[in-house]
Ligand binder design. Structure first.
Ligand code: SAM
Ligand code: SF4
Ligand code: SF4
Length: 370
């Protein structure tokens, strides 16, 4: 029996489209109800993936009967480019392509070329990047770079091959990802960031080996706390390893010094190796919420805008794109959607004020892209 666990039919109604009454910074960026400007856009280009990471797309749910989005539901690459351009007009300066596995989307290079040509209202190119599981990066790195991509983030949860194969549950080898990392560095997709989701009792034994392997390599390793996104991964607080513990474990072997954040909106806290062998980052989404500085909107594969990773419903921009709505009106819609934003799930997690989201309505990480 085909299943979807994404609320496809549920979309928030768009706010009334009256241009010009959104709160803005002096430089024109649109602000939400908590005075957070719209700066970043994550675009999910596919809900499909060749991995079945246990914490993201567990095979028991994402099996052969799972109903992924039909082709006609996906925004076309031209539609993505148009919406991205309208987000940029409202203040977005950074775009990250994600998925599912974004390198599985056909002609992704074409989209990158189009996005790389966009300019902010002050004429700057965008900070354009992509998050990938790295499995086919070795083949694609040069084409991605040639299309205009400048950086890439790769995910890798273990160096131990048997453990990595168990975690991706699709029999991909560590060597495939390491080849991808090497190829990306060789063509200049740098500085390369590497994401490791830490699950206590599963791969916490890999923290120090990963740190040892990547120190001094130019790769910034970032440890991500296992999050309660979606409903399919059976999340449990006991499996979350707080970042403070990760830092302490590494510091036992390699002394660390705290580093300044690059910007207020940076999600990772930075730590440098005291012997100058580079840096690591920790993303403490569970134990140290960063909602106060969250400037990120998310555009799903089928064209819905979500204002938070933990949102239950998105605003359907695809309907506007496909019914002949003008750029000006869609742009105004984007501004008004952002103006009404009050989301701060991680800050409220576990408190009485936390929004009640029914299990049927929680979006999955593979749908929204992290
Ligand atoms: N497939 C690509 C990849 O794995 O890099 C891009 C999409 S993936 C959803 C984006 C990021 O989300 C990955 O770094 C992944 O490890 C992370 N992620 C997925 N599920 C997570 C969870 N439950 N908690 C924390 N991070 C998670
Ligand atoms: Fe695929 Fe990325 Fe999710 Fe793993 S984390 S299942 S690679 S989308
Ligand atoms: Fe942003 Fe939502 Fe995450 Fe808070 S919980 S940091 S608002 S995405």
């Amino acid at each position: 029996m085909p299943r979807r666990i994404i609320p496809v039919a549920d979309a928030r109604s768009l706010p009334p489209l009256t241009a010009g009454d959104s709160l803005r910074t002096p430089s024109g960026e649109v602000l939400d109800t908590l005075a957070r400007p719209l700066k970043d856009l994550r675009i999910s280009v596919t809900d499909r993936c060749n991995f079945r990471c246990v914490y993201c797309m567990p095979r028991a749910v994402f099996d052969k009967n799972y109903q992924f989005l039909p082709h006609a539901a996906l925004l076309t690459l031209e539609e993505i480019e148009r919406l991205a351009r309208l987000f940029v007009a409202q203040g977005v300066t950074k775009i990250r392509l994600t998925g599912g596995e974004p390198l599985l989307r056909k002609n992704i290079e074409f989209l990158i070329e189009r996005l790389a040509a966009l300019r902010t209202p002050t004429g700057e190119p965008l900070d354009l990047t992509l998050t990938t599981n790295g499995s086919i990066l070795a083949r694609k790195a040069r084409a991605l770079r040639d299309a205009g991509l400048t950086r890439v983030t790769v995910s890798l949860d273990a160096l131990d091959d048997a453990l990595f194969r168990r975690m991706n549950d699709a029999d991909f080898a560590v060597a495939d990802v390491l080849d991808g990392i090497e190829a990306a560095q060789a063509v200049g997709l740098a500085p390369l960031k590497l994401n490791m989701v830490v699950k206590r009792g599963t791969n916490d034994g890999e923290i120090v080996p990963m740190a040892r392997h990547f120190r001094g390599s130019g790769v910034t390793l970032r440890f991500i706390e296992y999050m309660d996104v979606g409903t399919s991964n059976g999340w449990n607080m006991a499996e979350v390893m707080p970042s403070a513990e990760v830092v302490a474990r590494i510091a036992e072997h390699f002394p660390l010094v705290p580093l300044e954040a690059h910007s207020a909106a940076e999600t990772a806290q930075r730590w440098g190796y005291a012997d100058d062998a580079g840096e690591i980052g920790v993303i403490s989404s569970v134990t140290r919420a960063f909602c106060g500085n969250c400037t990120r909107a998310r555009l799903s594969t089928e064209g819905k805008v979500y204002l938070c990773l933990f949102a239950s419903m998105g605003y359907d921009l695809r309907a506007l794109v496909r019914n002949g709505t003008s750029d000006e009106t869609i742009s105004a819609a984007i501004a008004q959607i952002w103006s009404g934003r009050a989301d701060r799930y991680s800050q409220l997690r576990g408190s009485d004020a936390a929004p009640a989201v029914s299990d049927d309505h929680r979006i999955e990480m593979s749908y929204i892209g992290g």
